[in-house]
Design a binder for this molecule. Structure first.
Ligand SMILES: C[S@@+](CC[C@H](N)C(=O)[O-])C[C@H]1O[C@@H](n2cnc3c(N)ncnc32)[C@H](O)[C@@H]1O
Ligand SMILES: [Zn+2]
Length: 382
């Protein structure tokens, strides 16, 4: 069994008592409260160390995500097998059946790898409630990050050219990528920062990234509507970390944690990248954690839409108020611009709504923050 990769970092603190953590054998242990942080057991895919209050819950979530993705393709395969008993279209549809089974195998492998880490009662409880991770099982980010197809490459290079504008304002050795998904952007950012830490709470995505670090893989896109030729029914999507990026991809420190409650030490981060992430968590949480992590003068970089993926509308800020909130929390705006959306998979959404990507760069200034806090307490008490 391959071992989990220990994060090459001295920046971790115990989530319970905030003491700096020490690396023990394939794990971290707190010398003060003795809490142990370790990785689950997996068959052939290395797993990251779990930095959560309740690791049982997050393993069950991840397992359910893979199980549901597997079940989706399993059902497609069963339906098509039935249909083919009566249909004369075997020649063009048998390869489709094979693609469904292949996709099913893609996810089964991850579910099986995770199974030894999953606590059965927790899993049953979650399954009954229809819980489970929602990101990372639809192939979209995987395809964008690691398929190297022209449209995917274009999206990455468009995104990175916008990020370049931020990098001009924010140098610094240690960068953190929040909600880092399949890892491509964190990997690209290694060109600009000596140390890049990626934080992600979906084990599903980290496990797929770790598996790709070991060897290439593939999945199939099946499309049965609006096809011109039978050949358009199927597209094989090869997945590989480009050789030129492999060393950078391997050197990203990947932390499996809640980006709003991570084990990184206070004031340990020079640049914090919130790329396609600021609209997945409430801004109050994001800003509180950003202020804790950033060094004095450290940079917060937002890039993406404000498409809010949570239901609390009191935290659905317009771009204007988003910026005002940053200022109120002690950030000094350095740059603000808007950019055409670059998503490869969401053209309909882009046409149907006002959809824009904003880039905001802001520096943290604790003196200004103190000022803002004083002002708000005066307003509250008056
Ligand atoms: C819209 S996706 C963007 C992914 C990545 N930033 C990119 O652009 O490729 C949002 C990501 O944030 C992750 N995420 C959501 N809530 C999180 C949290 N509280 N902590 C860490 N990651 C989170 C999701 O799993 C998902 O990978
Ligand atoms: Zn501790």
């Amino acid at each position: 069994m391959p071992s989990s990769s220990l994060i090459d970092s001295t920046l971790l603190i115990c989530m319970q008592c905030k003491t700096p953590l020490q690396a023990a054998h394939q794990a971290y242990q707190c010398s003060e409260c003795e809490r142990l942080y370790d990785a689950g057991k997996a068959q052939d895919i290395p797993l990251p160390i779990a930095f959560f209050e309740e690791p049982k819950q997050v393993y069950a979530d991840a397992y359910l995500g893979f199980y549901r993705a597997y079940k989706h393709f399993d059902q497609k395969a069963v339906q098509l097998t039935e249909g083919l008993k009566k249909s004369g279209r075997k020649k063009e549809l048998l390869p489709v059946l094979k693609a469904f089974k292949d996709n099913q195998k893609y996810f089964t492998r991850f579910a099986e790898a995770l199974a030894p880490s999953v606590d059965l009662p927790t899993l049953l409880e979650k399954a009954g409630k229809n819980a489970g991770q929602k990101y990372g099982y639809d192939f979209n980010y995987l395809e964008r990050d690691w398929s190297q197809q022209p449209r995917a490459q274009l999206e990455i290079s468009n995104l990175m050219s916008i990020v370049q504008k931020a990098v001009k304002h924010c140098s610094g050795e240690h960068a953190v990528v929040l909600g880092a998904g399949m890892g491509r952007l964190a990997t690209e950012l290694k060109a600009h920062h000596k140390q890049v830490t990626a934080i992600e709470n979906s084990l599903g995505q980290i496990a797929q990234f770790y598996a790709l670090l070991q060897q290439p893989n593939h999945f199939w896109r099946v499309n049965t509507i609006n096809t011109r030729k039978d050949n358009d029914l199927l597209k094989k999507v090869n997945l590989q970390i480009p050789k030129a990026l492999l060393a950078d991809a391997k050197s990203v420190d990947y932390i499996w944690a809640d980006a709003c409650n991570s084990p990184l030490a206070d004031r340990s981060v020079d640049v914090l990248y919130s790329i396609y992430f600021s609209d997945v968590v409430p801004l109050t949480k994001l800003l509180a954690e950003s202020k804790r992590l950033l060094t004095e003068g450290g940079c917060f970089v937002h890039l993406g839409p404000l498409h809010y993926h949570f239901s609390d509308i009191t935290q659905h800020y317009s771009l204007e108020t988003f910026c005002a909130q940053l200022v109120q929390h002690g950030f000094v705006l350095q740059h603000q611009s808007e950019h055409e959306p670059v998503n490869i998979d969401d053209e309909g959404l882009q046409r149907s709504q006002q959809y824009f990507n904003a880039l905001i760069v802001a520096k943290y200034d604790s003196a200004q923050d103190q000022h803002a806090e004083d002002k708000s307490s005066v307003t509250e008490s008056s």
